[in-house]
Design a protein around this ligand. Sequence first.
Ligand SMILES: [Zn+2]
Length: 127
Amino acid sequence: MFKKGSKLYSIFTGCCPKCHEESMFINKNPYILSQALDMHDTCSNCGTKYKIEPSFFYGSMYVSYAVGIAFAVAAFVISFFVFNAGIDTVFISIVGTLIICMPIILRLSRNIWINFFMSYDKSLAKK
Ligand SMILES: [Zn+2]
């Protein structure tokens, strides 16, 4: 499922959506907050331009809403059903999860967004 060539591979590793050979992000660590969203302009392997049009990644805001909900539901399920926490604690755990995971959510939504528009192309991968 996570093999090279599947969209999930590109989404979870943040690599180029066309050749899956290198990371789109300049710094691999999303928690270096000043560089969390710094991306290369083009892929050095296949030359794909990541920003298809100006402000392309604004669209990933729609995706980040869905991804944020997924994280919030996960936090709810874990704290409410696994730890049997009270409603206050559940609320704090959801807010905490969203804040702590924000860099990951932002990057994941960018990866999902760009994968809506580009697909893996075997001929562009390194031989
Ligand atoms: Zn590429």
